[in-house]
Design a protein. Structure first.
Length: 96
């Protein structure tokens, strides 16, 4: 099972709106890349870079974002949809 914290859904929505405002359809391309990243995480949850005691980061292709996630007993929890150039460490307060 994969889940997002509510705050991460807002981060994703904000990024979608930003890319849509730049170019019609770009927001949908961003979401497609996020979905591909999620599928890669599901297939290979321990393959990505460890960036904290419990957290890993999967880089999103074509966009300057990373999905910060934690592998828990029966789920993968997305902790942040993090822009790599804007306060890249802001998610750390969410790590348990």
């Amino acid at each position: 099972m994969l889940d997002f914290l509510n705050l991460q859904r807002l981060e994703l929505d904000d990024a979608f709106e930003y890319y849509q405002s730049l170019l019609g359809g770009l927001g949908y391309e961003f979401v497609d890349e996020i979905e591909r990243s999620i599928e890669r995480i599901k297939k290979f949850p321990t393959s990505y870079q460890e960036i904290g005691k419990y957290s890993r980061r999967c880089l999103v292709h074509r966009f300057p974002y990373g999905l910060i996630y934690q592998v828990r007993r029966n789920e993968i929890l997305i902790v942040a949809v993090s822009h790599l150039h804007q306060k890249p460490e802001s998610w750390k307060s969410r790590e348990e």
